[in-house]
Design a protein around this ligand. Sequence first.
Ligand SMILES: [Zn+2]
Length: 133
Amino acid sequence: MKQSEQHDFLIESLNLEFKTIKAMVVIYCRDKHQSASLCDECEDFLAYAHTRLDRCPYGGSKPTCKLCPIHCYKADYKARSKEIMRYAGPKMLFRHPYLAIRHLMAGKKEVEPKPPANASNRHMRVAINKINS
Ligand SMILES: [Zn+2]
């Protein structure tokens, strides 16, 4: 497996969350940065969001970021995230109703106060690579 392919691998529920974030960044960048494809700044934000999802200690039982007790984003990314969500969040229901509704439903799930041990996507990825090597 190539390095880039390993980077892309996220389990289904996390991948769905990544798709949701990406859809919001695309809306935001097109309207605010007048960029047909993502500008460097938004590309960088998306790569950061991907890494955070990969390393989220909750893994597949990850709560929505709003409800999460951990708050893993660095301050500047957190500020950008807020701005993007505030702008694009309300537009999601019309442009990506499936993703928006999935996200709303995820927000109703019970949050475990502590993540289980070794549950992160990255931990799983490393374990699978060990088996395959
Ligand atoms: Zn942008």
